[in-house]
Design a protein around this ligand. Structure first.
Ligand code: GLU
Length: 389
């Protein structure tokens, strides 16, 4: 187990691989709530609806399920309070100011509603870097687990006031998937103003059908999504939800998109079903699961078909199979591994600095030593530090 607090240490058991899995009843659950559900057209918190969600949470807590909330809505609440045009999205400064004002109101609403159910709210504001950097990720993991152990309900959001456009999640769907991984949750429910993934846009195509269960995020499934949000308020859209499902799945976590427009949506989902459930294809563990969920990479290694096939059999990535290297990375940085067609195959920790990696690209072991002036390592990315996605 060592220092690898980021996954299974002390967490409830996850789903058996391949088993049908119900996020509504898993031991530890992340519930993400979109802006359009939380904030009404006049820019106020939809308190009555939210009270229903909180009653659901209290009921589940009493039944033994641990719950973390990921709450959007700060920008939408703050923009209205500051009288900002375009919902506070006219500039980065506006968005950051809106989030600062809105986050206080949002936290206040959660505090009051959870307290009314006898529950303690805990605010956790995260930036992308808090979960992309392994050390900080483990810190978030430890803090959220401690809060759950103490009986508090963590309420998470991106710290939009300090997150800049270049380095941010931008949508709380992926933040929810990543936070679930850190907290050792085995399920994520995205409460949304859509009731799941449809084969086509249901607003324009009457033949569109909702998919109840998705077992693999194939290119066909990914192509069903558009990036637009229905309300224009949040930043998620279906693309972000599918990326979140992929991220969750890579960590062995099931994710459901379900309709939040009803009263008591968690109880409704548990009783009536609906939505779309994404089953995790395989459960990567520890550092590998964290690697798979990385959003930012320091560079990329393109590989030939032979190397791609070898990786799929579990081999390390050897310099001989690398055709192209992009970026300025140091040994130990996370790099993307791209297939011959440029498709993302996986992520790994670079075994060399970028300059040395470029020098030995395409070479076999003995030729590498001559170029490097030192005995080469076994691989450019070792199989132990590599995950396929
Ligand atoms: N963090 C944003 C907010 O609180 C929401 C991001 C999203 O829409 O997913 O407003």
């Amino acid at each position: 187990m060592g220092a690898d607090l980021g996954t299974s240490a002390g967490s409830p058991p996850g789903p058996a691989p391949g088993a049908a899995f119900d996020p509504a009843n898993c031991p530890r659950l992340v519930v993400k709530i979109g802006s359009s559900l939380l904030v009404d057209a006049a820019g106020a918190v939809r308190s009555q609806w939210l009270a229903g969600v909180v009653a659901d949470v209290a009921q589940r807590r009493a039944a033994g399920q641990q719950i973390l909330i990921v709450s959007s809505g700060a920008s939408a609440l703050g923009a209205r309070r500051l009288g900002l045009e375009k919902g506070g999205r006219a500039s980065l400064e506006d968005a950051q100011a809106a989030a600062a004002v809105g986050q206080v109101a949002l936290a206040g609403a959660w505090e009051a509603l959870l307290a009314a159910q006898g529950l303690t709210a805990a605010q956790v504001l995260l930036t992308l870097g808090d979960l992309e950097d392994r050390r900080r990720y483990l810190n978030v993991a430890a803090t959220t687990r401690r809060l759950l152990d103490l009986g508090a309900v963590p309420v998470l959001n991106e710290n939009d006031t300090v997150a800049t456009t270049e380095i941010r999640f931008g949508d709380n769907d992926r933040l929810a998937a990543r936070a679930a991984q850190a907290a050792g949750a085995s399920g994520v429910i995205l409460l949304s103003d859509v009731d799941g993934l449809y084969t086509a846009n249901p607003a324009t195509d009457p033949a569109a059908k909702r998919l109840a269960v998705v077992k693999a995020l194939t290119p066909e499934i990914m192509a069903m999504a558009t990036g637009e949000t229905r309300s224009g308020m949040g930043s998620g859209g279906m693309v972000a939800k599918l990326l979140a499902a992929r991220m969750a799945g890579a960590a062995g976590i099931a994710l459901a998109i379900c309709d939040g427009r009803v009263e008591s949506p968690l109880t409704h989902f548990a009783n009536a079903g609906g939505g779309t459930l994404f089953l995790p294809p395989r459960a990567a563990k520890g550092r590998k699961a964290w690697l798979a969920g990385r959003i930012t990479v320091a560079g990329s290694l393109s590989v030939d078909a032979g190397a791609a096939a070898a990786l799929k059999r579990g081999a390390s990535l050897l310099a001989a199979g690398v055709t192209q290297i992009e970026g300025r990375f140091r040994r130990g940085d996370v790099v993307a591994i791209l297939g011959p067609d440029g498709d993302a195959l996986g992520r790994g920790l670079a075994g060399y600095d970028a300059d040395d990696a470029r020098a030995i690209r395409g070479l076999r072991g003995d030729a590498q030593a001559a170029v490097l002036g030192y005995a080469p390592r076994t691989a450019l990315v070792h199989a132990d530090h590599l995950v396929l996605i």
